[in-house]
Design a protein around this ligand. Structure first.
Ligand code: 5AD
Ligand code: SF4
Length: 455
C-alpha cells in the first residue's frame, strides 16, 4: 500500500541532498513524497543548528505537527514523526523533553537506517527511537542509487564534516570529522544524475575543497583532480562546488578554474571577517592577506570569476575598528553576492562562553551597515550584466506564463520568455534588466527574429 512521506528541509544544500536520499531509502517501502504534513504517514523535519534562529524554528514547527498527528490518530490513522539533521544530532535529549510525541530522532550520519527506525517506531509502544551515533560504516555505502529525479541542476555530496573547529561553529560537532567519498563513487553518481537529466552538478561538502578522496589509481585526489575527471562525464555541462575554506584553495583547484570550461566562474569563499585579530580569535587559520592573495590568484586564472562570501558581525570582542576592517575588505574585494549573519552563540562551542559578547543592538547596527554595502555591490554586479549575452541554463517555469527561469554562469536567476521544451538547455540570453536578486533577458535567436521583423 502506498504511504505518504512529507519532509521539511531547513538550512544548507547538504540537507537538501540528504532529504532526497531519505526519499530514496523510503521509496522501496512504498512511500511517495507528499506536498504537506497533513495526512502524511511519515513526517521528517530535516533540521539546521547553525544559528539559534534556525534551531528554534524546529520547535515551533513541531507544535503544528503535534496537532496534525493527534488529528490523524483521532481518525484511526498513524503519523510517525521524525526529527533529523543537525538539531537532532546536537539536541536529541532536548527534543525528547520538549516534544515527547516525536517518534524518531536521528543525526545526519544514520539516515541509511531510516527504514529500520520507522519499522521500530511502528512496532514500539511510543518509547521513541534514537540514533545520533557516528557509525563506523559510511552511510554512502548503504544508500540506494539515486531514485529521485534530480532536475536540471543537481547536488552531489562529495565530502562531509569538518576538522577546522572555527570557534563559532557547530558543524564539527554535528557532522563529525571530515570524510571524503571515493572518487569512483562520486563519478558513478554524477553519471547517474546526468542520465536522469541533470546538466549541472554542484559538489557539496561542509569543507568541499578539503576533499581528498581515495582514487582508483591508488593515492588520493583533491577537488581539482576530481573536477577534471567530472568534466569528462558526457552531458555534464556545468560544475560548481560549495562551501570552500580559503585555506584549502590549492594550486590544482586554481588550475581547474583556468582549464576546465565546465567549471563555472562563480565561487562561494567565506572569509567571515576583515580583521586579522577577529580571524585569529575565530581560529580561522587564515589572515586577510591570505584571502587577498588567493582571490588574486583565482582571478588571474579566471578573469571573470565572481565571488560570494559569508560574514559574521558581532563576534565576541569585535571592536568598531575590526568591523570597519570588514567593510574595507568588502570594498576592496567586491562581491557579486554574499551572506551575512549576527554572531549567534552556539552551545558547546568555545566562542559561546567568551566573556566579551557584543550587545544585540550593536550586532543589529553592524549587520545593517554591512548588508547595505553588500546589497549595493550585488546591485552593481547585476547592473553590469545588462547588455551582455550570457549562456543561461533553463531550469523550470518562471513566475509568469510563457517564461522560464534559469541560471547565469554567475548563479544569478535569469528570467526569459521561452517554451518549456528548452528546460535543460543552455541558451544565449541577452540581459535587458537587472533587479536586486535576478536578471531579465531575451533569448538571442528571438531577439534576432524580432529585430528582423522590425527591419
Ligand atoms: N553565528 C552566526 N553565523 C554563523 N555561521 C556559522 N556559525 C555561526 C554562528 N554561530 C555562519 C558562517 C558560516 C555560515 C554557513 O554560517 O558565516 O560560513
Ligand atoms: Fe564551521 Fe566552516 Fe569553520 Fe568548519 S570551516 S568549523 S564548517 S565555519
Amino acid at each position: 500500500m502506498q504511504k505518504r512521506l512529507f519532509i521539511r528541509t531547513y538550512g544548507c544544500q547538504m540537507n537538501v541532498y540528504d532529504s532526497a536520499r531519505m526519499v530514496d531509502v523510503m521509496t522501496p517501502l512504498g512511500y511517495i513524497p507528499a506536498a504537506q504534513a497533513e495526512g502524511a504517514d511519515l513526517v521528517i523535519l530535516n533540521t539546521c543548528h547553525i544559528r539559534e534562529k534556525a534551531a528554534e524554528k524546529v520547535y515551533s514547527e513541531l507544535g503544528g505537527i503535534r496537532r496534525l498527528k493527534r488529528a490523524r490518530e483521532r481518525q484511526g490513522g498513524r503519523m510517525v514523526v521524525a526529527v533529523a539533521g543537525c538539531v537532532a544530532q546536537a539536541e536529541g535529549e532536548e527534543i525528547r523533553r520538549r516534544a515527547p510525541f516525536v517518534d524518531i530522532v536521528f543525526g545526519p550520519q544514520s539516515y541509511h537506517r531510516l527504514p529500520d527506525m520507522v519499522a521500530r517506531a511502528l512496532a514500539g509502544a511510543g518509547e521513541g527511537v534514537f540514533d545520533t551515533s557516528f557509525p563506523a560504516e559510511p552511510k554512502f555505502d548503504y544508500l540506494p542509487e539515486n531514485l529521485t529525479a534530480p532536475g536540471v541542476s543537481a547536488f552531489l555530496t562529495v565530502q562531509e564534516g569538518c576538522d577546522k573547529f572555527c570557534t563559532f561553529c557547530v558543524v564539527p560537532y554535528t557532522r563529525g570529522t571530515e570524510y571524503s567519498r571515493p572518487t569512483a563513487d562520486v563519478i558513478a553518481e554524477a553519471r547517474r544524475l546526468v542520465l536522469a537529466g541533470a546538466r549541472e552538478i554542484t559538489l557539496l561538502g561542509q569543507n568541499v575543497n578539503a576533499y581528498h578522496g581515495e582514487a582508483q589509481d591508488a593515492g588520493e585526489w583533491g577537488l581539482g583532480m576530481l573536477i577534471r575527471a567530472l568534466a569528462e562525464v558526457p552531458g555534464l555541462e556545468r560544475i560548481r562546488y560549495t562551501t570552500s575554506h580559503p585555506r584549502d584553495v590549492d594550486d590544482a583547484l586554481i588550475a581547474a578554474h583556468r582549464d576546465v570550461p565546465q567549471l563555472m566562474p562563480f565561487l562561494h569563499l567565506p572569509v567571515q571577517s576583515g580583521s586579522d585579530r577577529v580571524l585569529a580569535a575565530m581560529n580561522r587559520r587564515h589572515r586577510t592577506d591570505d584571502y587577498r592573495r588567493t582571490v588574486g590568484r583565482l582571478r588571474e586564472a579566471r578573469a571573470d570569476l565572481a565571488l560570494s562570501s559569508d560574514f559574521i558581525v558581532g563576534y565576541p570582542g569585535e571592536s568598531d575598528d575590526d568591523f570597519r576592517a570588514t567593510l574595507d575588505l568588502v570594498r576592496e574585494i567586491g562581491f557579486a553576492q554574499a551572506f551575512s549573519f549576527k554572531y549567534s552563540p552556539r552551545p558547546g562551542t568555545p566562542a559561546a562562553v567568551a566573556e566579551d559578547q557584543i550587545p544585540e543592538s550593536i550586532k543589529v547596527e553592524r549587520l545593517a551597515e554591512l548588508q547595505a554595502l553588500l546589497q549595493q555591490q550585488q546591485r552593481a554586479f547585476n547592473q553590469s550584466c545588462v547588455g551582455q549575452i550570457m549562456p543561461v541554463l533553463f531550469e523550470k517555469p518562471g513566475r509568469h506564463p510563457g517564461q522560464l527561469v534559469g541560471r547565469s554562469p554567475y548563479l544569478q536567476a535569469v528570467h526569459a520568455d521561452a517554451s518549456p521544451d528548452r528546460i535543460g538547455e543552455i541558451v544565449p540570453v541577452r540581459i535587458d534588466a537587472a533587479a536586486p536578486n535576478s536578471l531579465g533577458g531575451s533569448i538571442v535567436a528571438a531577439v534576432a527574429e524580432t529585430e528582423e521583423r522590425a527591419a
